[in-house]
Design a protein around this ligand. Structure first.
Ligand SMILES: Cc1cc2nc3c(=O)[nH]c(=O)nc-3n(C[C@H](O)[C@H](O)[C@H](O)COP(=O)(O)O)c2cc1C
Length: 580
């Protein structure tokens, strides 16, 4: 009883029951029993739904209860059409995983309930709906939540199916024009309730920890009440640990017992051992599905004439990635990977479209020959963007992250970063980027020299080095690499831009390299310097100098094959093959 006030909380057992029903509610798609749901049980569940809060007490919901088999068969056919369409648009690894998922139980359950919303109910003065018409929909969703929880308490499973064109379904149900479908629910008694979301068990997605979702006072200041505020960058750095030696030993021993001559898989044996060390398990989980994140940003140093390409090309190529027309899209499609584009600092605004993550820190960095490319705060913000994207992509079920970049003039910033972190001479670290003439090349080397002379970078202060030279994509990529390493998910590095970013990441957390796989060696001379400094050997060396994530994507099947061989290949003892 706080401060002598009456205690209105429920008795312990009842309070626990409330939390229990919340924790044990599941979206159920399999294991339905055909027995009918008694009318009194159904009435209780519907009455619970009908007690939901609603905007202005407008109670915009209605419930259409469907049991007729023929009607459900028609509706199931609609859902199948959209399911197939969705599956057709998935990257290869996701499509294979999706095939194994059950997403609807329209016919396996004895009854379906459609929850609708009437946005006009109550007239124009409905309190609260005036400014936000969508609050009517929110209210109907709360009715769904009540229904779902009450059903769980009754031992009834509920599966929500949203593979519908809303108007097409509305027409099938005879809904008036002004009434919309909010949820299509399949209900029935079940053989059991899973303890985890089925999508989590299937590896499709993972739960995000609650501490990632709670912010103190303003967005971005994450932390649970009563606990220290979370500093995502410090947390991620603290979570990065060396590889697991026991898992590496087990993997190396298994390689020696596999039905092949010892060492005959060359570098791929080492890759499999490193994957096991990172995962802390032998064999390591297969690094799929994979997602390439292409971090795009512009550079103030472009003004120094270091490239013949106009700055607008950054935004134009972002549009091309999103339309699926770039080399990264072709290589990702071939490798079965997803492409995500991150606007972390493109000059100019980009249309919001699916596949684009709008995370702009600023519309391009400042010219590093004139002053720092960004502030320390901006560098930290970009690092945080990158690590949060890594976390989100892993929570979305990815088991391998791939780095990509786009930013006209970013090989100049990369050369400066590589010099700052490795101590290399600008003449050695600077390359010809997309292809430049002798005069432009000389200017580019001079720009890097002037930048280094101006900022006198201290490699022991990686955030300061990133702030000095930029770009936003380098800082975000460094955060992305750190985020992957903290979650012990492999990250395949692309070319010189990723290499420069990895140097920053390694300066912040040296053990980050355990998670890094060098996809390829770029033609840019600074890339080899960066890889040497990181102690990484490139998997392919094909004379590429494109960026976008292309070189890393070519290495993806090699890394996946290495993991699969360690997992699937028989050993001499198991296969009964005689050893030499
Ligand atoms: C708005 C909404 C729409 C959903 N649509 C589908 C769907 O079309 N197919 C499906 O299999 N699950 C669907 N689900 C179920 C979610 O996948 C499920 O709630 C999530 O994986 C968490 O699992 P849990 O509900 O068991 O905790 C939907 C859930 C919500 C909230």
């Amino acid at each position: 009883m706080p401060d002598g006030h009456p205690d209105h909380s429920f008795p312990d057992a009842q309070r626990e029951a409330v939390y229990r029903v919340i924790a044990e509610r599941r979206d159920v798609r399999q294991g339905f029993r055909p027995d009918p749901v008694p009318a009194d049980v159904l009435r209780r569940v519907l009455a619970a739904a009908h007690q939901a809060p609603s905007v202005g007490l407008s109670q915009p919901w209605d419930f259409v209860v469907i049991t007729d088999r023929a009607r459900r068969e028609q509706i199931a056919a609609l859902a199948r059409g959209h399911r197939d369409q969705f599956a057709a648009g998935l990257p290869g690894a996701r499509a294979r995983a999706f095939d194994r998922l059950k997403i609807e139980s329209i016919l396996d359950t004895p009854l379906n309930i459609v929850v609708t919303c009437d946005r006009t109910r109550g007239g124009r003065h409905t309190l609260g709906r005036h400014v936000q018409p969508q609050t009517a929909d929110f209210s109907s969703v709360l009715a769904v939540a009540n229904l779902w929880l009450a059903a769980r308490a009754e031992g009834l499973g509920v599966g929500w199916v949203s593979f519908f064109d809303e108007r097409e379904l509305a027409a099938h149900l005879g809904l008036p024009e002004h009434v919309e479908v909010i949820a299509y629910l399949c209900l029935g008694y079940v053989t059991g309730f899973a303890s985890e979301p089925e999508l989590a068990t299937a590896g499709w997605a993972r739960r995000r920890p609650v501490s990632w979702a709670v912010h103190a006072e303003e967005f971005g200041r994450r932390g649970l009440p009563g606990e220290e505020p979370v500093d995502p960058l410090a947390d991620v750095i603290a979570a990065i640990a060396p590889p697991d030696a026991a898992a590496m030993t087990a993997a190396a021993e298994r390689q020696d017992r596999m039905t092949k001559p010892r060492g005959s898989l060359g570098v791929l044996e080492e890759v499999s051992v490193r994957l096991a060390g990172l995962a802390g398990a032998c064999p390591a989980p297969l690094p799929e599905p994979a997602c390439v994140a292409v971090f795009a940003a512009d550079h103030g140093v472009h003004a120094q004439g270091v490239t013949p390409w106009p700055q607008e090309v950054t935004a134009q190529m972002v549009a091309n990635f999103l339309a699926g027309g770039a080399v990264v899209n072709a290589f990702a499609a071939q490798a079965g990977a997803e492409v995500t584009v991150v606007d972390v600092g493109v000059a100019g605004s980009l249309e919001p479209v699916p596949g684009l993550l709008p995370r702009k820190i600023a519309p391009g960095t400042a010219d590093f020959t004139q002053g720092p490319a960004m502030t320390r705060e901006q560098a930290t913000a970009a690092l945080t963007v990158g690590l949060e994207i890594a976390r989100d992509l892993v929570a979305a079920g990815n088991r391998c992250l791939v780095t990509g970049d786009m930013g006209i003039a970013n090989t100049t910033a990369s050369a400066a970063l590589i010099c700052a972190f490795t101590g290399a001479d600008p003449a050695e670290a600077t390359g010809r980027g997309t292809g430049i003439d002798a005069a432009t090349y000389a200017r580019k080397v001079d720009v890097v020299c002037r930048g280094l002379a101006r900022h006198r970078p201290d490699p022991a202060d990686p955030v300061g080095v990133l702030a000095a030279f930029g770009g936003f994509e380098h800082a975000a990529l460094a955060g992305f690499i750190l985020g992957a390493a903290a979650l012990r998910v492999p990250v395949i590095l692309d070319g010189v831009i990723s290499g420069a970013a990895a140097l920053a990441a390694a300066a912040l957390a040296p053990d980050v390299t355990a998670a890094c796989f060098a996809g390829h060696r770029s033609v840019e001379p600074g890339h080899a310097l960066a890889l040497d400094h990181l102690g990484l050997s490139p998997l392919v060396d094909l004379g590429l100098r494109l960026g976008e994530g292309t070189g890393a994507l070519l290495a993806l099947p090699l890394i996946q094959s290495a993991a699969r061989a360690l997992r699937d290949v028989a050993t001499f003892d198991s296969a009964g093959v005689t050893e030499k």
